[in-house]
Design a protein around this ligand. Sequence first.
Ligand code: SF4
Length: 250
Amino acid sequence: MSKQKIIKDTLRIHSIESFGTHDGPGIRMVVFTQGCQFRCLYCANPDTWDPSGGREITLDEIVQRAIEEKPFFGKRGGVTISGGEPTLQRTMLIKLFEMFKAEGINTALDSNGRLLNDEVKTLLSLTDYLLLDVKHMNDDWHHRLTGLSNKSVLEVAAYRECTGLPMWIRYVLVPGWSDQPEFLHALGQHFQHYKSIQKLEIQPYHRLGVHKWEVLGWEYKLNNVEPPDGEQIDKAASIFRQYFNEVVIN
Ligand code: SF4
């Protein structure tokens, strides 16, 4: 009798965090996936970039862990898939989100919006909250900051708006790079009539990941950039408040 090899569905991840309160509503289990196409100059997790790095975990293991943590999620919490960039593993994530749905677990997806195809659309239909990272409204600056264009990011946002499902916009505020008032206004003007946007989160630039760049032997190009002070953050928030009902500092 021939032995049949059973191949299990797996996801390649960097790490899993329990009781997260910064990535979506309520208390959440946060899965950081491996692989990213962007090269953000401020990336705090450059060790997630390599799609073949990290470790493999079966979908069953992830769901089992989420079921164990479900009592802590409360009414609003659930699971957030972050990265890296999760949509690189969209085929598996569709299966994973279907499994979460079957267990009544709320799903959030934190994405850089690099890709919009039929599979990503299916994944988005299973995503209760899309946390969309808009790195810059100006395409030249977006290129400078991430190495790639913001065109797809705006397409993902427009698609989400068509579906009517909730979305949060996340914006990393980097002094001298992404705090130009004219581009903050441009972002507000672009999205101000979107009904799907529940809130805009400002994520002040920080330097917590710099040591990882050093370990990897890579040059950290923002060495002379300091995190924004309270006044700089308030200034950006007051611009965004002209366009969005809810603006929070995360
Ligand atoms: S999108 Fe996120 S993981 Fe990718 S390079 Fe930018 S900050 Fe890092």
